[in-house]
Design a binder for this molecule. Structure first.
Ligand code: GLA
Length: 730
């Protein structure tokens, strides 16, 4: 068992691969305290870890209780007892009181990992997990709080969640139920969070921990492009290869909250969970509320190892379904090719040319349904527009299939345009505050998916469409945030449940869709990467990373996204130039190299691009087939990023068995007359003793030579040019 209870020390030692995490029961009061998180401890007796927590009992506690509470490293801090730092749990009783005081009651340790009710979570994949359930209680409130920890034996991963049960005979309101808290006894830390905006997702931001609070999170109703649910604390100066990192990532697709607080006693507390803003949950007697999962990754080899741990976890213990371990069909999407201006003939022209060049699937994007000839109408009317698609969907799909291509379709089921039959029939189905105007966003409104009847109605329409033809891929989009919150399906004292219930509603339909259509490849999207999160990856093995398809912008966006999420999950397409988002002109070849480190596909009118670009497609298709297994399954190492090195970007993927590696190098800005580190890449992750041959030049050298001596990149002419280097075991 990798979780051991030490009766004499009253401590739990959790071991996840090379990581230990120790929890102590502070025995007079039965407080559950955090004692250690870091490198694996060989010690069986961890009594010494109690340090000052242990020494202060019991006389000090009696006299100075309210003062002492403010520095006890609680595993799950609550409000009202004198701990004024960030807390995880806040309640409100029917009498209006907020105090909650937790004490250990019992525990159980067992093999495996429990699933979460109606929510995504990482899972055991063959006897690698051990779980600790620590039951605590506030006796006055008769509230039972179970802290649930799972360790992964083969990964430096510990997951956390919390179940709150109301054992009283009256309801209680949960105003804040975060999923995890970490206490550090120092402030010599930096935080890493991800921020951005539409078409600028996942920019890493580093800030030192200082007295006060650093908050990440959002209350937009979706995960958001502005903030992504990663909060890592790390040694100052941590880079890709050095430094200790403690990372928290949230397996959730709605409002989240993360905070790192430097407090008066020189320590740091970090918390993560559902954003308390727009959240209050009425817990009726006998009911339980379970918080979504936080994944904690520990690395003592910098951000690189953190990344590889997240990738292994998500590839093997989160992503599911037919395409989990499979190469995805190379798609061509018509969005940037035609926008709303298409019909069957135009799509078939694209499909014919695509088929000739080795592309494997046509994806019909927005605009095929209702009166949707523009983005101001039609959302919600999920039937085929036969003016655009004469003969219907079946005819089009059959014709596409005859060309040897699969067919995929775009949907945005959570939304409705005011100008739609659905909204005209059911105006109360949109989220709204009665008496207030409905703010539109892309002229659309959000359907109230906290209501089952609304979800069922939309899902029935979508089900009919997906059953009407041989559809093998779905792009599920979601293009606006929430405003004027309000649900016609909830009583006044449960209105604040809307956002979480909405997310559960989305999971419900994703679950139904993936169960009813197990062969469909589902790709999530939310105006690009606004819902790129681990929750979504439980249902869809890939997510559209960004609406910015410019290869150079993508270097940064894909870098930030890949900090947590595997390359196999990042939707990446080759689009036309001048790029529609930036106007930048980049070589077709470079666009291919950048897309290769994602799912790889095309988003352009293949009948209209220059002949020399089109001629390159079969080569790119061959490149994808040659390298995709390696890209999908290998270990990612970064040698440079546009964030730290404006002149180039470079990364490599090394096979798990170290037999081959693929290096991508993009010269962002040419520099003449420069000999030095800019063009000498110290490779990473190879086996030092193995001899590797550079497939292009035939040069053979040891892993040590490539890593310590480095690989000389020949000076290339021009900006935005790139190359691939393939090293194979000699
Ligand atoms: C969003 C998506 C795009 C495209 C459009 C269609 O912006 O991110 O890829 O599907 O919607 O309206």
């Amino acid at each position: 068992m990798s979780i051991v209870y030490n009766e004499s020390a009253k401590s739990f030692k959790l071991t996840a691969k090379d990581t230990s995490y120790v929890i102590g029961i502070f025995d007079d009061d039965q407080f559950v305290c955090h004692l250690y998180y870091g490198d694996k401890l060989p010690d069986e007796d961890v009594n010494y870890l109690y340090g000052p927590v242990y020494q202060m009992r019991p006389s000090v506690l009696n006299r100075e209780r309210a003062r002492v509470m403010d520095w006890v490293p609680f595993e799950y801090p609550t409000q009202g007892i004198g701990d004024y730092r960030e807390h995880c749990l806040e309640v409100e009783t029917l009498d209006g009181h907020h105090t909650c005081d937790l004490h250990y009651v019992s525990h159980k340790i067992y093999a495996g990992k429990p699933a979460l009710p109606d929510m995504p979570a990482t899972f055991d994949n063959g006897d690698v997990c051990t779980t600790l359930e620590l039951v605590c209680e506030d006796r006055t409130l008769q509230l039972e709080i179970t802290l649930i920890y799972t360790t992964f034996e083969t990964l430096d991963v510990i997951t956390r969640t919390v179940r709150v049960k109301n054992n009283a005979d009256r309801p209680i309101y949960l105003k804040r139920v975060l999923s995890a808290s970490l206490d550090f006894d120092h402030q010599n830390l930096e935080t890493l969070t991800l921020h951005g905006g539409w078409a600028r997702e996942c920019n890493p931001t580093r800030l030192p921990v200082v007295p006060g609070k650093l908050v990440t999170g959002n209350a937009r109703g979706e995960t958001s492009a502005q903030d992504s649910p990663l909060l890592a604390l790390m040694d100052p100066g941590t880079d890709d290869d050095h430094g200790e990192v403690f990372a928290m990532n949230f397996v959730y697709s709605g409002n989240f909250y993360g905070c790192a607080e430097g407090h008066q006693f020189g320590g740091t507390r970090a918390v993560m969970g559902i954003n308390p803003q727009n959240f209050t949950w009425k817990l009726i007697p006998g009911d339980s509320f379970t918080a979504p999962e936080v994944v904690m990754v520990h690395s003592n080899e910098g951000l690189g190892k953190m990344t590889r741990t997240f990738h292994d976890l998500y590839r093997n213990h989160l992503i599911r379904g037919k395409y989990k371990d499979r190469k995805r069909p190379i798609l061509i999407n018509n969005w940037e090719a035609t926008y709303f201006d298409f019909n069957t003939e135009k799509l078939l022209d694209i499909a014919r040319e695509a088929a000739k060049n080795g592309i494997e699937m046509l994806v019909m994007d927005d605009g095929w349904f209702g009166t949707r000839n523009n983005d101001d109408r039609g959302l919600g009317d999920w039937w085929v527009n036969e003016e655009k698609l004469p003969g219907g969907l079946k005819y089009l799909v059959d014709e596409v299939n005859k060309l040897g291509l699969k067919f995929g379709i775009w949907i945005e089921p959570e939304m409705v345009n005011a100008n739609s039959d659905l909204f005209r029939a059911h105006p109360d189905w949109a989220i709204q505050t009665p008496g207030r105007p409905l703010s539109e966003f892309r002229e659309q409104l959000v359907l109230d998916w906290s209501r089952k009847e609304v979800r069922d109605y939309v899902y029935d329409m979508i089900h009919k469409v997906l059953s009407s033809a041989n559809i093998e891929y779905v792009k599920w989009d979601m293009n606006r945030t929430m405003t004027e919150l309000g649900s016609a399906g909830l009583p006044a004292d449960q209105q604040q449940e809307l956002c979480h219930r909405y997310v559960l509603g989305v999971y419900d339909i994703m679950n139904r869709l993936t169960t009813d259509f197990p062969n469909i490849l589902l790709e999530n999207c939310s105006s690009g990467g606004s819902r790129f999160d681990a929750g979504m990856l439980y249902y869809s093995p890939q997510i559209w990373t960004s609406d910015d398809s410019d290869a150079i912008e993508r270097l940064g966006i894909q870098y930030g996204t890949s900090l947590c999420y595997p390359l196999s999950t990042m939707g990446a397409h080759i689009s036309a130039v001048p790029n529609h988002q930036t106007g930048r002109i980049t070589p077709f070849e470079t666009r291919g190299y950048v897309a290769l480190s994602g799912t790889f596909g095309y988003e352009l009118d293949v009948t209209k691009i220059p002949e020399e670009d089109r001629a390159m497609i079969p080569k790119q298709v061959a490149m994808y087939h040659k390298y995709n297994d390696l890209v999908r399954e290998g270990d990612l190492y970064r040698m440079g990023s546009v964030y730290t090195h404006p002149e180039y970007d470079s990364w490599m993927v090394v096979a798990k068995d170290k037999s081959e590696a693929l290096v991508t190098y993009i010269q962002v800005r040419a520099k003449p007359g420069f000999v030095g580190s800019v063009r000498k890449l110290k490779l990473k992750g190879l086996d030092p003793q193995t001899m590797y041959r550079d497939e292009e030049t035939g040069v053979v050298a040891s892993g040590t030579a490539w890593m310590s001596g480095g690989y000389w990149i020949e000076n290339m002419s021009g900006d935005y040019v790139g190359k691939l280097i393939h090293l194979i075991k000699a």
